[in-house]
Design a protein around this ligand. Structure first.
Ligand code: GLU
Length: 287
């Protein structure tokens, strides 16, 4: 199998040194393995994605010396794929509409500040809207849909899921990572698979896209290590292959804080304007 990896930025702000690290690491790994490096634009959040940021991404990545095959996959073109998957899960009775607001969830969980179970997406959903019986009839489109994790594990016959971590999670987790059904239900719970504003979710889209692009190795920041547990579960549920994962440390500012989109001071475009070379950027991030 040809090593195939990808860089999947969201066009919601300038690429900064952290993005450069992720993209260059993935690119270098693909080159070293004589493999493929693909680009994917994760623009499902239409309220935040901007064409100007997308154009800047192509420009910055090309300047960094990266090459990728065209056409680039864009999530905004893939609504029908996400819909088909949601339809299938709905038909199996594995989704349910949820009308809870954040405050409802916080109120339902006793003393959240004292250790309400936190999953990859925040407080593990306490099940307020979860129906006793699978939902029937046609799927609603104007409301978030949650995955009934317990039912999904039962219907799909999942007793555990696993993936191979070639990098490391934030606590150094590496190697063969396994999750039992109990962990999926108690530590992850009923995640939202379709957001009202997007008609999909990051988690659903990313697993469908990685499969469609034939990704064998996902290279990305360790901030997404926990989300991988969701992704591996969804891959099993949707009968998709599970790639190997390589989570890398995050680039931090001098105070030790991880860089965010708002850290324009570390935007690639700014370094470029100031006359930096690609070699300077590589030196700054140690690649
Ligand atoms: N679009 C995500 C981001 O910009 C990356 C998702 C992924 O690599 O799986 O943070």
């Amino acid at each position: 199998m040809t090593f195939t990896t990808r860089f999947a930025p969201s066009p919601t702000g300038p690429l900064h040194l952290g993005h450069a690290y992720s993209a260059l690491l993935a690119y270098d790994m693909a080159c070293a393995a004589d493999g493929r490096f693909l680009l994917r634009v994760e623009d499902i959040d239409r309220s935040r994605a901007r064409p100007a940021w997308e154009a800047q991404i192509y420009d910055d990545l090309a300047w960094l010396g990266l090459k990728w095959p065209e056409p680039v996959m864009r999530q905004s073109d893939r609504g029908s794929v996400y819909n088909t998957a949601l339809d299938a899960l709905w038909t199996q009775g594995l989704l349910y509409p949820c009308t809870c607001r954040r405050a409802d969830i916080a109120a339902a969980v006793s003393a959240p500040q004292e250790g309400a179970p936190l999953g990859p997406d925040g407080i593990v959903y306490p099940g307020l809207c979860r129906p006793d019986m699978p939902q029937q009839g046609s799927r609603p489109y104007d409301v978030p849909l949650r995955l009934d994790m317990q039912r999904a594990c039962a219907v799909a016959g999942i007793s555990d899921v696993a993936f191979t971590e070639h990098g490391a999670g934030p606590q150094g987790q590496s190697g063969h990572i396994r999750l039992t059904t109990a962990a999926l239900i108690n530590d992850i719970g009923d995640i939202v698979l379709s957001r009202r504003d997007m008609g999909t979710s990051y988690h659903l889209s990313v697993v469908l896209d990685d499969a469609a692009q034939g990704i064998t190795d996902v290279v990305r920041g360790e901030d997404l290590f926990e989300a991988t547990k969701i992704h591996v579960m969804l891959q099993r549920l949707l009968d998709l292959p599970t790639p190997a994962y390589h989570h890398h440390p995050l680039v931090r500012d001098p105070a030790g804080k991880r860089l965010a989109k708002r850290d324009d001071a570390r935007a690639i475009a700014l370094f470029r304007d100031e006359g930096a070379t690609t070699a300077d950027i590589r030196a700054m991030i140690g690649l």
